[in-house]
Ligand binder design. Structure first.
Ligand code: PLP
Length: 410
């Protein structure tokens, strides 16, 4: 079955003398984009597809943020900005992160990037030497493993187990760390499982690693999309701020995926390196997008609260409907906008089932293995789509599964 996230980049056969650098073979991918393209191709042939594969809010960006971008363009924000981002935006981010994480952040500890993803890319390239080990959650966002390998690091996966509500087993993580461990990646709320790390998990990690050479990359992109309690940051624990890169951004909470606006908060030494990576790659993040980001942070936050309330209603409905399907069980996730149902009883691999659901039933979902080998036995469904679509999607899945089970029984 292979690992779909690590499929090599293919060179077209007619380009015989064309050679890609070896490092490209170390890059993985994000299957969500491939499944989306496949689903769109089926739609172009006239098929009706229910989309549950996409990891982005189905809401549009709030009008006042859009207006701020238009105004910025009218006001002449047409030029390069400093590579680390416009000072006013970095001040707004520093203030927001200081308040929400209970730490003191200054603007020169903030680097603004086109989306939050470059913080993973630049953070790993800046910190990981050849052969350094990087611990990361599996199932987890596929870009972690891809970038660990690309940077020359050794990926050390920690399995997120359903019995633990897909929370990291912190004791197992601590046992996995050794002299070559350079980084630990945390992601809470987690994509794809929706799990949220508990205060005691983070306190234990902070106690185990404070004062060591290990840096944490804390991916907090879903921080505001949490339904029970709150998602805490490892950076908030004593002694951990300097040892943590906080990754956050505007894509999810402000429904701004296509704007490409994210940031990292990190110690000044690392911020200088990451800023240099920005100078060498993007020069800077789009100026008018940054101006809109200032307004997003400083204005009324009720659209975020309202969106999360809607996600919660969908989550509750989706989990209930999935659990009514024979052969599928689904835990209630505490954050993000994904469910990760267990499909082991259906006796098919996750990749197989996801493909059959798309091609035979017209429902686009992701295989759990798109998030690493420990995702086998699961699917990822996004509920960032309308209630009607969710209900139709689950009805279709149910019909498909019932047909499968009855034909297996014959
Ligand atoms: C866990 C996680 N981290 C980071 C990102 C990247 O966010 P952005 O679109 O801002 O680059 C995503 C997007 O899907 C994600 O799920």
């Amino acid at each position: 079955m292979g690992e779909p996230t690590r499929k090599p980049v293919e060179t077209p056969s007619h380009l015989r003398n064309f050679h890609l650098a070896a490092r490209v073979s170390r890059l993985g991918t994000e299957t969500a984009f491939e499944v989306l393209a496949e689903a769109k191709a089926l739609e172009a042939q006239g098929r009706h597809i229910v989309h549950m594969e996409i990891g982005e809010p189905d809401f549009n960006t709030s009008g006042h943020i859009v207006e701020a971008a238009i105004q910025a363009l009218r006001d002449g924000w047409h030029h390069y900005t400093p590579s680390a981002g416009i000072l006013e935006l970095r001040e707004a981010i520093a203030e927001d992160v200081s308040r929400s994480r209970g730490i003191e952040v200054s603007p020169d500890e903030v680097v603004v990037t086109p989306g939050a993803k470059p913080i993973i890319f630049f953070g790993l390239l800046s910190l990981v030497e050849e052969g350094d080990e990087v611990i990361y959650p599996n199932p987890g966002f596929p870009i972690y493993e891809s970038m660990i390998r690309y940077a020359g690091g050794v990926p050390v996966p920690i399995q997120l187990r359903e019995e633990l509500d897909f929370r990291l087993d912190v004791e197992e993580l601590i046992r996995s760390a050794g002299p070559r461990t350079r980084m630990i990646i945390l992601n809470s709320p987690n994509n794809p499982t929706g799990s949220v790390l508990a205060r005691e998990d983070l306190a234990r990690l902070a106690q185990a690693f404070a004062g060591s050479r290990v840096m944490f990359l804390s991916d907090e992109i879903y921080r505001q999309i949490v339904y029970e309690g709150e998602a805490l940051s490892i950076a908030s624990f004593p002694g951990m701020k300097e040892a943590t890169v906080v990754l956050d951004g505007f894509s999810k909470a402000y429904a701004m995926t296509g704007w490409r606006l994210g940031y990292g908060v990190m110690n000044r030494g690392l911020a200088a390196a990451v800023t240099r990576m920005m100078t060498n790659s993007n020069s800077c993040t789009a100026a008018f997008t940054q101006r809109a980001g200032i307004v997003a942070l400083k204005s009324d936050q009720s659209p975020v609260t309202e969106m999360v309330r809607t996600f919660r209603r969908r989550r509750d409905r989706l989990v209930k409907l999935l659990n009514e399907i024979k052969g599928i069980t689904c835990r209630t996730p505490r954050g993000a906008f994904y469910v990760f149902p267990n499909i082991r009883a259906l006796k098919r691999t996750s990749t197989d089932l996801a493909k059959a659901l798309l091609h035979e039933a017209g429902v686009a979902v992701l295989s759990g293995t798109s998030f690493g080998e420990y995702g086998e036995g699961y699917l990822r469904l996004s509920y960032a789509t309308s209630m009607e679509m969710l209900e139709e999607g689950v009805r279709t899945i149910r019909g498909f599964v019932e047909r499968e089970l009855s034909s297996n029984a014959c």
